[in-house]
Design a protein around this ligand. Structure first.
Ligand SMILES: [Ca+2]
Ligand SMILES: [Ca+2]
Ligand SMILES: [Ca+2]
Ligand SMILES: [Ca+2]
Length: 245
């Protein structure tokens, strides 16, 4: 027994170390994602509740991908229309439709969003993106995968083969799905891809933040806000890209 006890303690220590390592990396899924903040009974992002130093939401409602510190490999913003599938709350009403909002059309099998540590002060530790629609309407939805890359461009987190979609493509929001990651060492890039090879689909609500102060000089269209109440109030008045500290 005398020789086994230290071994048992070592094993317990190793288990604690393993669980601590696992706790450092988090991925999350939010199905039926309808809004960024917890304003209604519908599903929202977990990020506003984490007390991050800064948090940026790009909802594309100003017609531009212009949140500070992020660029995309492809795609373009689409405005209101019958096939537009914005996140539900962006048009001011959580009513099951996103046609009156703006989304980001991928126009390819995947899209990467790159984060700039120089602009943001450091790489974001928390990143999420919402899938909202696929245009060719596969009856059983489509499978998508999402990956997070570190500063060395290695995949450090993944969510693989999640089936989303309900076969409708005219702005329905009940199946919109938020995918996100937390990595304390920072996320340099995320990729979301269609596993079914679709080149006509949409995303919305790119959101990212971290423990630091965030971008030193926000974009002119962005909002620098202090306090949750002020952020919630102002985000209803003016959308596009909101920076919260
Ligand atoms: Ca709506
Ligand atoms: Ca939107
Ligand atoms: Ca949708
Ligand atoms: Ca914008």
């Amino acid at each position: 027994m005398a020789t086994r006890l230290p071994l048992a303690l070592l094993l317990i220590g190793a288990l604690f170390a393993a669980s601590a390592a696992e706790a450092r990396a988090v991925s999350f899924n939010v199905d039926s994602y309808r809004e960024f903040e917890d304003d209604t009974p519908f599903a929202h992002s977990p990020l506003p509740g984490l007390g991050l130093g800064y948090l940026i939401l790009e909802d594309f409602e100003d017609g531009l991908l212009n949140a500070p510190g992020v660029t995309a490999s492809r795609g373009s913003v689409v405005g209101p229309g019958i096939f537009t599938d914005s996140i539900d709350a962006d048009d001011g009403s959580v009513d099951g439709l996103g046609q009156a909002g703006h989304s980001y059309s991928v126009q390819g099998e995947n899209v990467d969003f790159f984060f700039d540590a120089d602009v943001l002060g450091a790489l974001p530790t928390h990143v999420a993106i919402a899938w909202t629609d696929v245009g060719n309407r596969p009856a059983n939805g489509e499978a998508v995968s999402v990956f997070a890359f570190n500063a060395s461009d290695a995949i450090v987190e993944s969510i693989v083969g999640i089936t989303v979609g309900e076969g409708l493509n005219t702005g329905q929001t009940g199946e919109d799905h938020l995918f996100g990651f937390e990595r304390p060492e920072g996320i340099a890039r995320i990729r979301i891809k269609s596993d079914t090879g679709s080149t006509d689909w949409e995303v919305d609500h790119l959101q990212f933040g971290g423990p630091g102060a965030g971008p030193a000089v926000p974009e002119p269209t962005s909002l620098a806000l202090v306090g949750l109440g002020a952020a919630a109030l102002a985000s209803r008045r003016r959308r596009g890209a909101a920076v919260r500290r």
